[in-house]
Design a protein around this ligand. Structure first.
Ligand SMILES: Nc1nc2c(c(=O)[nH]1)N[C@H]1C(S)=C(S)[C@@H](COP(=O)(O)OP(=O)(O)OC[C@H]3O[C@@H](n4cnc5c(=O)[nH]c(N)nc54)[C@H](O)[C@@H]3O)O[C@H]1N2
Ligand SMILES: Nc1nc2c(c(=O)[nH]1)N[C@H]1C(S)=C(S)[C@@H](COP(=O)(O)OP(=O)(O)OC[C@H]3O[C@@H](n4cnc5c(=O)[nH]c(N)nc54)[C@H](O)[C@@H]3O)O[C@H]1N2
Ligand SMILES: [Mo]
Length: 764
């Protein structure tokens, strides 16, 4: 079967006006309803009380941190956390008999939703060359097969080792050590498609590729800007922090092409009295930028700040700038070249609203800027983040209480995985210590990030793909191209909990290795094990599963790495690592982490403290580890936002009922959309111009570098979105994202600004 298509699931699509409030009673009800269908409810409720609590496990959903103290007795989780748990704790199973009954070709015709709902994979499964069905295989034989393939490659750089962001610190660190002992730095990860631009920009400007605020900072901030992020769906517990900020007198400014319900009004489900009062109005100023209008908006705001400062001298923090920053004069010289009116126009936001926003930012000192994918997944993603930093630096809002940059990370341990060395270009300081700790010689040559890895497979330069979690074919750009790339491999292997598309779009041979979920009990030969994760705010804490594993045949990710390393490296004379000792006792892995990575002193002791510990972060104390030793202002050109007649800017979004490529359901409750994912959100005036009505069926085409990419049978939904901008869901729209349309510094695919045209196929 060519390519990779999603069967149409929009037959009874409906839409209503988008909501203006979030959470509250419907959310709790919704999550319980969701639980009942698939899960053993008493077991899941028991588990939910342990989620994000001391002695329990870290929610497998997003990377939002837990409060340092005062965790809610009602449960420190959210509606979408419960859904994430329900996916792991499902009653349904994909046992060998299931895969005997359903061929790969048949499963290819199932929607992503149906595949995911099939349940947890119970046994290692193997697809032989030319075979139609997966069959059960023993763990030993599976490891043997992978080991043989890896040993037979002409060059270790012909293997790709992907990581999705749920992998624990312990598993990620051991995996990185194995991959480098084997001989490659080909360690692409989901971060390459996610916050890579944040890491890059923050390292250049502030000296650390992470955020520098705590929950407490958000509570005491006077202004929180939330740019390109939809916390009501993707980080629901962040709304509690924003609520606290509001109740303490803070102001919230949202910057988003869509009016997201979660940012408008919030009823904290853990505060029933507030629900009765109608919740808390969160956003004071909602700036509905056009897609990729953020640099123009930030420049307009900075021009206003500068203008005020030139009059009064007390808006720009000159003292801070003199002591702690570099490049201010050049930055100002460049900023002054911008015309305010043009910036306003290009941002798509009403001038008065921009003036109001600048006023709030000028009058308050404790300013935090939070952001996510609406900022990073752009060709100018690095510049977007750099402009955010420029604004904070102008106001001296870095390295003090209640202020600073706050990239809100996605997967629950994506930040930890990077700290642990999951990166294609870890610095020498890490590699040399890793070499010493394991007595190995890591290669120094830079490996492939995600997009270069896809191209290498496509070009036949890489032949084995190993995925530690994730759903590579669906999450990556240019689906048909990526599907071809995977199909050209000799072997594709996925360590997974659930069935997904990447098991079906496979290499000549394929393996599925089923693993324990975060909520499950992990016992190894030395006894019960726990793992640890790092939150978006740099807090490392332990996570211990509480539910019995769904099958006796599951292995932990650590055990899978141990088995794989042994099968691959046991006859290599230059590698003498006792991999099984690490599998037996994860404390030994943590000892090695402590040896290699700064900030993990007394790891085994401190991680046992229920609340975990903060990793060191120089930015918080104005110790900027940049080349200049200061915080750097940067010069960032404003992207040109011209559009040909008939073209639109398409941004891809997550619905309320999904976790990346895992679909919890087919609705997007807050946006008022039901039973449909193959849709295009469109401004009513644009619909009128193109003679389109809600429900009309269209093809969407992107034309880039001479290649036309298309998705078919999408339905138009009228929506409050700026003119000439369109919204569609990730991953259904991924075939439209060109493989070469990337942010040049980091190779991040441009998933938030795809230039497309629309062709009507049928009327409603
Ligand atoms: N329930 C749930 N939780 C999740 C996830 C999930 O799928 N489901 N995914 C996890 C992961 S891996 C991540 S990275 C995060 C993602 O969290 P988000 O970044 O919140 O997710 P997206 O849906 O990609 O949405 C980005 C927001 O950016 C806006 N936007 C789009 N284009 C632009 C633009 O050009 N400028 C601006 N200013 N805004 C824009 C969109 O309208 C949307 O509100 O969530 C994590 N948490
Ligand atoms: N167009 C478009 N594309 C995007 C984005 C976008 O906004 N728009 N967002 C990008 C972003 S931000 C990200 S992070 C990526 C996400 O990319 P990925 O991380 O690759 O995708 P997920 O859908 O999160 O992966 C889900 C699969 O992980 C497996 N899994 C779940 N839990 C575990 C576990 O505990 N261990 C293991 N080993 N496996 C597990 C399950 O089998 C499940 O099917 O997608 C990117 N792609
Ligand atoms: Mo992400």
């Amino acid at each position: 079967m060519k390519g990779h298509r999603y069967p149409n699931v929009t037959d009874d699509l409906s839409w209503d006006v988008a909501k203006t409030e979030s959470v509250g009673i419907p959310a709790i009800w919704n999550s319980l309803k969701h639980l009942g269908k698939y899960v053993d409810v008493p077991q899941a409720l028991k588990a939910s009380l342990k989620m994000n609590q001391e002695g329990g496990f870290d929610c497998p959903g997003c990377a939002w941190p837990d409060p340092d103290d005062d965790r809610s007795k009602l449960g420190e989780y959210c509606e979408n956390g419960i859904k994430a748990l329900a996916e792991e704790a499902t009653k349904r199973k994909v046992a060998p008999i299931f895969l005997k009954n359903h061929s790969v070709a048949e499963l290819m015709t199932w929607s992503e939703y149906k595949l995911g709902k099939s349940g947890r994979i119970t046994h290692p499964m193997y697809l032989a060359a030319g075979a139609s069905h997966y069959v059960e295989i023993s763990w030993e034989a599976a490891f043997e097969k992978i080991g043989e393939h890896l040993k037979n490659l002409a060059d270790p750089n012909e293997a790709i080792f992907y990581t999705s962001g749920r992998t624990s610190n312990e598993a990620a660190f051991l995996y990185g050590a194995f991959v480098r002992a084997y001989g490659t730095n080909n360690l692409p990860d989901c971060s390459n498609m996610c916050h890579e631009c944040s890491g890059y920009a923050l390292s250049q400007t502030l000296g650390i590729g992470k955020g520098a605020v705590t929950l407490d900072d958000i509570h005491q901030a006077e202004v929180v800007m939330v740019i390109g992020q939809n916390p009501g769906t993707n980080h629901p517990r962040m709304l509690t922090a924003l609520e606290n900020c509001k109740l303490n007198g803070g102001s919230i400014i949202a910057v988003n092409p869509l009016k997201e319900a979660g940012l408008i009004n919030y009823s904290n489900p853990q505060k029933p009295l507030r629900i009765l009062k109608g919740g808390v109005d969160l956003t004071d100023l909602y700036l509905q930028v056009q897609v990729n209008g953020d640099v123009a908006l930030l420049k307009a705001i900075m021009l206003l700040l500068l203008e005020e400062d030139e009059k009064s001298g007390d808006i720009v923090d000159h003292q801070f700038i003199k002591e702690h920053t570099h490049g201010y004069d050049d930055f100002i010289k460049d900023l002054k070249k911008e015309d305010f009116k043009t910036c306003v126009l290009e941002s798509g936001v009403d001038e008065q609203l921009i003036r109001n926003a600048a006023d709030v930012i000028a009058k308050n000192d404790k300013i935090i800027i939070c952001w996510a994918m609406g900022v990073t997944q752009h060709e100018n993603g690095v510049q977007n983040v750099c402009e955010i930093v420029n604004l904070l630096l102008m106001r001296g809002a870095v390295g003090k209480a209640g202020a600073g940059p706050c990239p809100v990370r996605g997967h629950s341990n994506v930040q930890g995985d990077r700290t642990m060395g999951i990166w294609e270009k870890m610095p020498e300081s890490f590699l040399s210590k890793l070499d010493k700790a394991f007595d190995i010689t890591s290669p120094r040559e830079e490996g492939y990030a995600t997009v270069p890895a896809i191209k290498a497979m496509h070009d036949g330069k890489a032949k084995v793909f190993f995925g530690m979690g994730g759903n590579f074919v669906s999450a990556t750009p240019d689906t048909d191209y990526t599907a071809d790339a995977l199909r050209r491999c000799d072997l594709t292997v996925h360590v997974s909990t659930k069935l997904n598309r990447s098991h079906l779009v496979h290499g000549r041979e394929a393996l599925i290795l089923p693993t324990l979920g975060r909520s499950e009990i992990d016992v190894q030969s030395s006894g019960y094990q726990f793992v640890s994760t790092e939150s978006s705010m740099g807090i490392v804490q332990n996570s211990k599963g509480v539910l019995p594993p769904k099958s006796d045949h599951l292995k932990s990710e650590v055990a899978i790495i141990g088995g794989l390393a042994q099968a691959t490296l046991s006859d290599r004379e230059d590698v003498n690592v006792d991999w099984q000792s690490f599998v037996a006792d994860y404390d030994l892995i943590r000892d090695k982490i402590e040896e290699v990575i700064p900030g993990f002193d007394r790891y085994n002791e401190r991680v046992r403290n229920g609340q975990g510990f903060y990793l060191p972060n120089g930015v918080k104390v104005r110790d900027f580890k940049t080349k200049t030793g200061k915080a750097n202002f940067t010069i960032n050109p404003r992207p040109l936002l011209e559009l040909e007649d008939g073209s639109f800017r398409l941004t891809t979004l997550r619905a309320h009922d999904q976790y990346n490529t895992t679909l919890y359901g087919l609705d997007d409750r807050y946006r008022g959309i039901k039973n449909g994912r193959e849709i295009i959100l469109m401004n009513k005036a644009d619909m009128a111009d193109h003679n389109l009505r809600g429900g009309d069926v269209v093809d969407v085409v992107s034309d880039y570098d001479g290649v036309k990419r298309k998705v078919s049978n999408f339905k138009i939904v009228p929506y409050d979105i700026p003119r000439r901008c369109l919204g569609a869901y990730f991953p259904e729209a991924n075939p439209l994202v060109p493989i070469d349309l990337i942010n040049p510094e980091t190779h991040t695919p441009v998933s938030k600004n795809i230039i497309v045209k629309i062709r009507q196929v049928a009327k409603t």
